[in-house]
Write a protein that binds this ligand. Sequence first.
Ligand code: F6P
Length: 355
Amino acid sequence: MRVGVLTGGGDCPGLNAVIRAIVRKGILHYDDEIIGFLEGWRGVMENKAMTLDMDAISGILPRGGTILRTSRTNPSKRDGGIQRCIENLKSNNIDALITIGGDDTNSVAQKLFEQGVNVIGVPKTIDNDLSGTDFCFGFDTAVNTAMEAIDRVHTTAEAHQRVMVVEVMGRDAGWIAMYSGIAGGADVILIPEKPFDIDEVAERIRMRHARGRYFSVIVVAEGAKFASDDKHGAPVVSEMGKDEFGHVRLGGVGQILAREVERRTGLETRYVVLGHIQRGGSPSAFDSVLDSRYGVGAIDMVHKGNFGNMVSLRGNDIVSVPLAEAINKNRLVDPTLVEVANSLSDPLPATTSKR
Ligand code: F6P
């Protein structure tokens, strides 16, 4: 078969490892030809492609980024974009297309599937917020990077007797904040799912210091919201303009939080934004194995004709789920994890607690 592959949306560690697994199994076991479309959906729309042979993938297993490059191009927002994609796939004699991406990239895949294109999705995003799978690849590596940063921040917080705020990525879901915060021993973890009361955050820090601790670490997801009177709140944005999938650019909550905590507690406070550092580097061992399993799973699904589906991890099994289910809604942080985080920090006095 002639199989197309693309990587779309924000990059993450392990994209190359997935590409490598698709190409190796496709060529070595199915005698496939693999065509890589460049820069996400832009490459399909503008017919920019390269042949992915064994030489093209040599040595890419640990490499960050993606040899196919990526973009946040949305063909549905361009005149005749979807149609151009379909025509270019036809002119390249593509029998099936594997789309490695998050909900945005895979929502376009679903649109093409509805128009008769044979698509298979692979769940990628450090945010870990795609439904239909237990883990997206890239997440574990990002968590390890964030955890290491939190460990480093801990020692400087302790040395200076400061409160340190660490802002991590996580637009709609706080998986990175929750995992890295628990793993790194953060004192307060703030996630988009649960708008936070700044007075309560300050109270938690005060209580900890009142029992003799002289430093604290707060981990906050970039999408976390200050609770407003109606308790919903809005995320802090660094730019109002939206990308082609309708997302504003988040950023800045850590800085505001640090200022407000310092004001309320009188404790010297600093903040650090980890940003795109979380998206770079080699995949962790867990991710690397998952990448290989996802790549092999995706090309196997192509040969089973299992189209309109996404390869997914359920427990320890690689299975397939309908793309429509995966893109339907964000997978939010499991409340039992929030419970674990709460259990590890000071309970607020009943009169203060608004939970
Ligand atoms: O891919 C997800 C993500 O890393 C989000 O956590 C973050 O809000 C966004 O991408 C940043 O995107 P960009 O690289 O376009 O600034």
